[in-house]
Design a protein around this ligand. Structure first.
Ligand SMILES: [Mg+2]
Length: 260
């Protein structure tokens, strides 16, 4: 197939698992760079800044500029800066999300729910208490806009499934009768944010992910080409996968599939 004009990579399960780079990942990124095919990373992380992620990738031999990484956190901050410019934001999130906000030009953050014009939920954090949720709930009942970085149900941890942010988003939606604007995958806004960084249109870009539901369904819907890799979670999904244009054992096979 003809090479796309830009690639969007999911990260975990595609480029690495934990701190172990996947076979051929370094070489695949180098092959894209060698022919000048631009690529970006799109991840639902909210607990780490783009600079943290870039440092982690660098430690695995995959240098990546922070500006070419889009996280659910950075995409949400950009959304707030664009759509709610200057508004007072009550943010419930991990420290990494606050660090990303500071590193990305800042938000007008407030602690008092009575001042909040926007409620923004990040990932789950042990510091989030009933009283924080109560504050968010009251701000929503007073008409504050409702934005969430992601709505995932759970994620795998070494100790078993971990309760993700969905419980807070859904719970506050239920109690307040309000609907949150979700920014992270699988919401289309996340892909649009990545395409803006990539500088190409959806139809010219390819999404590469190991989870065809979480990574590829929306990409397919908005007109991107899609590539499932069977590393990470990828082996758990049936073959063929109906909305995958390309089906590969791993990202190391991508350069050959694109005839680079
Ligand atoms: Mg993944």
């Amino acid at each position: 197939m003809a090479a796309p004009r830009g690639i969007v990579f999911d990260m975990e399960g595609v480029l690495h698992v934990g701190y172990q780079p996947l076979a051929g990942a370094r070489e695949a990124l180098a092959a894209l760079d060698a022919v000048g095919l631009p690529h970006v990373i799109l991840t639902n992380t909210t607990s780490k800044t783009r600079a943290d992620i870039a440092a982690r990738l660098d430690s695995m031999g995959m240098p990546y500029a922070p500006e070419r990484i889009v996280t659910a956190g950075s995409a949400t901050i950009a959304f707030l800066q664009r759509r709610h410019r200057g508004k007072r934001v009550l943010m419930l999130a991990e420290q990494g999300a606050f660090d990303e906000a500071a590193a990305s030009g800042g938000l007008n953050l407030v602690d008092d729910w009575r001042e909040a014009e926007v409620v923004c939920l990040g990932g789950p954090d042990e510091s989030i208490t009933y009283s924080h949720l109560q504050d968010a709930f009251r701000a929503l009942m007073e008409g504050a806009a409702f934005v969430a970085m992601q709505r995932n149900r759970w994620w795998p941890t070494p100790a078993g499934p971990g309760l993700d942010a969905g419980v807070f988003v859904k719970g506050l939606e239920y109690s307040s009768g309000r609907r949150a604007t979700i920014i992270g995958k699988p919401a289309a806004g996340a892909y649009r944010a990545a395409l803006r960084v990539l500088g190409v249109k959806a139809a010219e870009a390819m999404m590469v992910g190991d989870d065809p539901v979480a990574d590829l369904a929306t990409a397919h819907r908005i007109g991107m080409r899609t590539c499932i890799v069977r590393s990470g979670k990828g082996s758990a999904f049936p073959t063929p996968w109906p909305t995958a244009d390309v089906d590969l054992p791993g990202v190391g096979d991508l350069p050959a599939a694109l005839r680079l």
